[in-house]
Design a protein around this ligand. Sequence first.
Ligand code: DCM
Ligand code: DCM
Ligand code: ZN
Length: 264
Amino acid sequence: WGNMGHEAVAYIATNFVTTPTKTYFQNILGDTTTDYLAAVATYADTYRYTTAGLYSKPYHFIDANDSPPSSCSVEYSRDCGSEGCVVSAIKNYTSRVQSGTLSAANVAQAAKFVGDIHQPLHDENLDVGGNDITVTFDGTSTNLHHIWDTNMPEKYAGGSTIAVAKTFAATLTTAIKTGKYESDKAGWLTGIDITDPVSTAMVWASDANSFVCSTVMPNGVSAVEGVDLGGAYYTAAIPIVEEQIAKAGYRLAAWLNLIATGST
Ligand code: DCM
Ligand code: DCM
Ligand code: ZN
């Protein structure tokens, strides 16, 4: 996700963590405002472009070597490369928390990786996760990956600022509590296990990857390459964009609760 998507995920998580969890992470982050998670939600994106942070680039995705749209799948042994991937990163950052060596930067990164694993094209190898598929969006030339990260969430939420992210998160929080996701949310935590971060993150990766076949490119690359996707494609995709951001925030809250207190 782009910055707005990550900030929305962080605000949703803020709305679902328990009070002890909030205190725990506000202390680590040194920020007692209500923006303590959203304020660091994009740190890992900045870090991976620094010389010191180059090693962390693969931690933002897992390149599933599947065959969309006919066959979608993610396999840890096949798809998580020797340089690591988002699944191994969630495992490593979680174990560092558990051993008590967590820094503010580590919290920020772990939270960012939970957000990214929910973007379907962060769970796909084809054409570098869609970065090499040229498309247009409402007249602007870009690529398929970028419209899922940024153009579609921002068009739907109404902008790119942190204030927009907060309002979008408030809407999704209500949908989770009492609206269209109320009956789905228990299922969103199926398979969550703080003692097995790889299996947990693989559930999240497989879930997101399935949308590559159903929604991102249901008719293959040729049906999207060079096409303007701001119309019918956007209309079909936006329920999945919205659901994956909501799910990411809800699962992030549960994971932070497990880290801080041992229960969701
Ligand atoms: N990004 C940013 N500032 C940076 C680096 C990246 O705003 N210094 C944003 C631009 C992209 C997004 O990160 O929209 C892509 O990263 P990811 O999908 O890994 O979150
Ligand atoms: N990305 C991905 N899979 C890859 C390579 C990159 O999902 N194999 C993501 C990370 C960023 C976006 O694509 O969100 C752009 O990457 P970069 O800034 O490295 O071009
Ligand atoms: Zn991305």
